[in-house]
Design a protein around this ligand. Sequence first.
Ligand code: F6R
Length: 366
Amino acid sequence: ELGPYRHFMQKEIHEQPRAIADTIEAVMGANAFVPELFGASAGEVLREVEGVQIIACGTSYYAGLTARYWIEAISGLPCSVEIASEYRYRKVVANPKQLVVTISQSGETLDTMEALKYAKSLGHDKTLSICNVPESAIPRASRLVYYTRAGAEIGVASTKAFTTQLVALFTLAVTLAKLQGRLSPEHEAEHLDALRRLPGSVQHALNLEPQIIGWAERFAPKQHALFLGRGVHYPIALEGALKLKEISYIHAEAYPAGELKHGPLALVDSAMPVVVIAPNDSLLEKVKSNMQEVRARGGELFVFADDDSQFGSSDGVHVIRAPRHVGVLSPVVHAIPVQLLAYHAALARGTDVDKPRNLAKSVTVE
Ligand code: F6R
């Protein structure tokens, strides 16, 4: 069942080009971003939407945080994202014109299910679930559904579910933009092309594994790590820190890099490795200055960059470069190296990668 892999997590990381290709198959088949991708009646629901409220837990929540950047930038609709266990227990000011999007790999997470029920009790009837398990509880309770087609995810740490959630959410952002009249045919063609090329770009990122193994060996003896990103890559830093702590038990925290000098910089010394997600985007110069702040305190930098990022390795600065910059879908590609780093650090520490202590695959209790 594992084939050439040592763990389900490693296998599932390597399945991502196929999982993504399967998840976008319907979009590629339609050769357009059409509401029917979300269900037969989705046109009338999505057309009236005035905003988006995303609700999820854990890694699925980080997919939601990434989607907020896409939804607001591409569709112009306001978007908020909330952890399900918080949403369900507070007095929410509901706007039923918003689309409520729940994201769940298993479709059975209790807090997400209860948050959806609560949203419905507040008058939300435009509900969409992004889910990997057909006919599970959350999609059954939702009006619209987009199934990610990652296939069964067995490793407790979510990997291929996350990247397929991202492509489903990107598809949602572009579809909403089209319904808002904000998508030119040229942009639609560009986004289709970006999606079509994504499985190949993800494969290129997977090919970085030997370099990442080298980094993981340096990480294995560490007690703590810091992950930094900015903009749409900040949630990928969060996801990288979660993966590392969950399977290797190394304490890791993620910050938007601009927050460094508002507190966490005090932690940085030569014992603190700092992972930076630094593709070439409009924030790269700012990320570089954040990196200098780390170097000046003796912190060792591990930088995931891409072809265009224009910096190389130097003393205390290790750079791994993805072969090409993939534009708006860059967070999907940058999820791969942080998954591999966590996996190989855990392997070097000898932890039970597929079944980390204290955790369950599907959290059906509070
Ligand atoms: C982390 C992880 C968890 C899940 C979370 C939500 O690797 O797997 O954080 O993402 O428990 O689960 P789902 O997506 O099934 O609702």
